[in-house]
Structure formats: structure tokens, C-alpha cells
Design a protein around this ligand. Structure first.
Ligand SMILES: Cc1cc2nc3c(=O)[nH]c(=O)nc-3n(C[C@H](O)[C@H](O)[C@H](O)COP(=O)(O)OP(=O)(O)OC[C@H]3O[C@@H](n4cnc5c(N)ncnc54)[C@H](O)[C@@H]3O)c2cc1C
Length: 392
């Protein structure tokens, strides 16, 4: 379904910035960079350092095919569209910034470690086939040929040759450089405390250090986005994820592909880290790394990859996925003039960054969203539920 939204004629004259963006995660930075390319003046306000929220916690998988779940048929065209944009986005970003983002195109393998797991993996594989996705069924021995470090009890696998990865932290750093080189204004350590309003419309924002006027404010504050809309039921909540990195010998990496089991994923990075993630916990903003969470990750990794026992632990962390009511992102207006949201990306915010940047830059610069992104407006929640007020 295609939807066209026009907001251009509402832009007031004499704004300090055409667009002010709350949040310097992958979403805020990608949107800001694309808007600069459309000739608009843009400022990003980040309360810490750019990329310090969920972006820093992300594994960086671009796994539209492996991630496909029953009941997420609407999301698939969006994730595939963004995955198709990633290679060009990488080239453009690395050229603009002069920095590598460690785009690795070895594909993703989902392994089954028992006969029961094979049955469930077959179900996932059949779902991928029904969607016409190009995944390949592998026997246990074929899987171990690709990844000799896997335990012999691997009895089957699904290989997705087009599910790749980047290093999300390098992406944030490159986006910062590209954004600044393109003329963007970046305020780090600048918490936005409120949105400025006049006659019911958002006209800018306030930090502890002052107020900034803007034609449009983009709310891209991840799991914290609802805090800036008190009294408004933006359906986004934090979903905690614990993860860790092991240190591999870069000359003899323990894995080459991203490998998923039923419990975890393991993603080898170009700098020698092997990321093992991630828990999914509905615990608000509880940032603790727990013994149980880390034990579950390490034990599940050991079940698939015995050699991990010898690897040093490099880092442990938690992050908060910005998760919407239907696990899909929210793009565009929410019924408050001058305000556009770009949040709710849940477990796919890295994958969905290019399509989000396209959606929001088209909406603000051209007054409309087209393509699969047009189905992901806030209005879908108003239609399905009488619970949301829609008012400011
Ligand atoms: C453990 C884990 C693993 C993941 N792995 C993947 C993966 O492999 N692939 C994938 O596609 N996705 C993954 N994700 C999801 C992905 O990380 C998120 O969807 C994505 O980072 C969301 O980006 P964002 O910019 O919206 O939010 P964030 O990165 O959280 O950025 C929001 C920013 O807003 C700032 N902010 C908040 N409030 C304010 C304020 N008042 N004023 C100014 N700034 C403010 C924050 O400091 C933060 O920097 C993972 C998430 C987790 C937790």
C-alpha cells in the first residue's frame, strides 16, 4: 500500500535549522546525512557521544533473510529493501568519510544442534522458501566444511548467502565524519530536555544550554523517544539485550560466517572480535549485565563452538532496543505539526538505517514517502487500537 504525506507547506520562515534531530544513533545520523544531501541545514543533538545507545550494543547483522519470522510478512519487503541498499550505502559512506565500516559479505549460517532443532530449522527454511528467499539447506558435514570449528553434533544448517554484516560502531563513527564533512552541525553531550511548541506545533527544541528553532524536529532518540512526548502514547519501549565479545587470533579466526544457533548468534569481526549475542529481556532500562545472562550466552556458544573456551573475554555490555508495539519501525508524523518520528526499529535498526534515511529525507525534502516504508507510519496503531489518543 502506498501512502503520500505532505508536510512541506508547513515549514515556517526564518528557522535557525531546517531540521533538528534528537538522537545521534545510527538512525538520527543516517537521516541527518541524507537530509544534508538534499540541501537542507541540519543539526543533530546527542545527549552523550554519537552511537552510544543501542547502536553501540548492536552486532551489526544485516540479516533480512535469516531474521524472517512467521507473522512478519509486512516487515519483509522493508527489511529486504534496506538490505539491498546497504552495499551502495557502504560505498557512499566509506567514500564520504574515508573510514572503513567492516562490511563483511560471507553470509549467515543457522545451525541445528539436535534432531529436534532440525525439525524447527526445517520450518524456518520452508518459510524462507515460501517467501522466495535464496537460502540453502546444508547437511551437518556441509556446514562443518564451511565452518570447521563447529562441534560434530551440528546436524543441519541453513545458509543465507546474502545476509551480511557491518561493524555498527564503525558505522556510527563514519556517519559522524560524513555528517560533519557535509556541513551538518553536531551537538554532543547535549541532552534535549523538551520540544519547543507554539500554537500546537513543534518549533524547535531545548537543551540545558539553550533553545534551537527548526522547521522540522525529527525524534530519533531510540528507546528514550517517548520521554520527549509526555502525555503522548508513543508505543515504543526498551527491550534489553546483553552481549559480549571474545578476542580471536585474527590469523586463525574461530569463525568466518555469522553463525546462529537457536539461542545465540556469533559474529566474527575484522578486528578479531567474536560478538556473542544477545539476550532479549523486558526489564525497562536496567543496564546490569547479569550472571545468568552471560552464562546463557557463553554456554550456548560452547555448545556450538568448543574452541571458544580458550578465547579471552574482550568486553561485556547491555543495550536497549527501541521496540514498538508490533516490533516494526515508526516513520513520519504522529499528529503534532512540525514533528517527525523515526524510531521503534527493535532488533533491526542497523539493517533498516538506509531505508529509514530514505523514508525520512523523502518525507521532509519532498513531502512524501513511497515504497515499502510508506506502510510504517504511526497511523497503523490508531487504526488497530482505540487505546492511543493521537493527541499531544
Ligand atoms: C544487543 C543488541 C544487538 C543488536 N544487534 C542488531 C543487529 O545485529 N542488527 C540490527 O539491525 N540491529 C541490531 N540491534 C538493534 C539496533 O541496535 C537498534 O535498532 C538501533 O541501534 C536503533 O538505533 P537508534 O538510532 O534508533 O537508537 P540508539 O542507537 O539508541 O540512538 C538513540 C540516541 O538518542 C540519544 N538520546 C536519547 N535521549 C536523548 C535526549 N533527550 N537528547 C539527546 N539525545 C538523546 C541516545 O543517547 C542515543 O545515542 C541490536 C540491539 C541490541 C541491544
Amino acid at each position: 500500500m502506498e501512502k503520500i504525506i505532505n508536510i512541506n507547506e508547513r515549514k515556517p520562515e526564518g528557522s535557525r535549522f531546517d531540521v533538528a534531530i534528537v538522537g545521534g544513533g545510527i538512525i538520527g545520523l543516517s537521516v541527518g546525512w541524507k537530509l544534508l544531501q538534499r540541501g537542507l541545514s541540519v543539526a543533530v543533538f546527542e545527549r552523550d557521544q554519537v552511537g552510544s545507545g543501542a547502536t553501540r550494543a548492536a552486532t551489526g547483522m544485516l540479516a533480512a533473510r535469516a531474521e524472517v519470522e512467521p507473522g512478519e510478512d509486512d516487515l519483509l519487503p522493508l527489511t529486504l529493501a534496506s538490505q539491498n541498499l546497504w552495499r551502495g550505502f557502504t560505498t557512499e559512506l566509506e567514500t564520504a568519510s574515508g573510514q572503513s565500516i567492516d562490511y563483511r559479505d560471507h553470509g549467515t549460517m543457522i545451525v541445528a544442534l539436535s534432531r529436534d532443532e532440525v525439525d524447527r530449522l526445517r520450518f524456518r527454511y520452508d518459510l524462507q522458501q515460501r517467501h522466495g528467499l535464496d537460502s540453502i539447506w546444508l547437511s551437518g558435514s556441509a556446514a562443518r566444511e564451511r565452518e570447521p570449528g563447529l562441534r560434530p553434533n551440528v546436524v543441519g544448517a541453513v545458509f543465507s548467502p546474502q545476509d551480511h554484516q557491518v561493524d555498527a560502531r564503525l558505522v556510527a563513527s563514519a556517519l559522524k565524519t560524513a555528517f560533519l564533512k557535509a556541513g551538518g552541525v553536531l551537538h554532543e553531550n547535549a541532552r534535549v530536555v523538551s520540544l519547543e511548541r507554539s500554537c500546537g506545533r513543534v518549533t524547535g527544541l531545548s537543551t540545558g544550554n539553550g533553545s534551537y528553532a527548526a522547521g522540522t524536529v525529527v525524534l530519533a532518540a531510540g528507546a528514550w523517544s517517548p520521554e520527549l512526548l509526555p502525555g503522548f502514547d508513543l508505543p515504543v519501549r526498551p527491550l534489553k539485550g546483553q552481549a559480549l565479545a571474545l578476542r580471536m587470533d585474527p590469523r586463525m579466526p574461530a569463525l568466518t560466517h555469522i553463525v546462529w544457533t537457536e539461542q545465540i548468534h556469533m559474529a566474527p569481526k575484522g578486528d578479531g572480535r567474536l560478538i556473542v549475542g544477545a539476550t532479549v529481556e523486558d526489564r525497562g532500562f536496567d543496564a546490569a549485565n547479569t550472571a545468568g545472562g552471560l552464562f546463557a550466552l557463553l554456554e550456548a556458544a560452547r555448545q556450538a563452538l568448543p574452541a571458544m573456551e580458550e578465547l579471552a573475554i574482550d568486553e561485556i555490555w547491555t543495550g536497549f532496543r527501541p521496540t514498538s508495539m508490533d516490533d516494526a519501525p515508526i516513520f513520519g508524523e504522529v499528529g503534532i505539526e512540525g514533528l517527525v518520528v523515526a524510531t521503534g526499529h527493535h532488533r533491526n535498526g542497523i539493517l533498516l538505517a538506509p531505508v529509514t534515511a530514505r523514508a525520512i529525507s523523502n518525507l521532509i525534502a519532498d513531502g512524501r514517502m513511497e515504497g515499502p516504508e510508506a506502510a510504517f507510519t504511526y497511523q497503523r496503531f490508531q487504526k488497530n487500537s482505540g487505546r492511543l489518543s493521537g493527541g499531544a
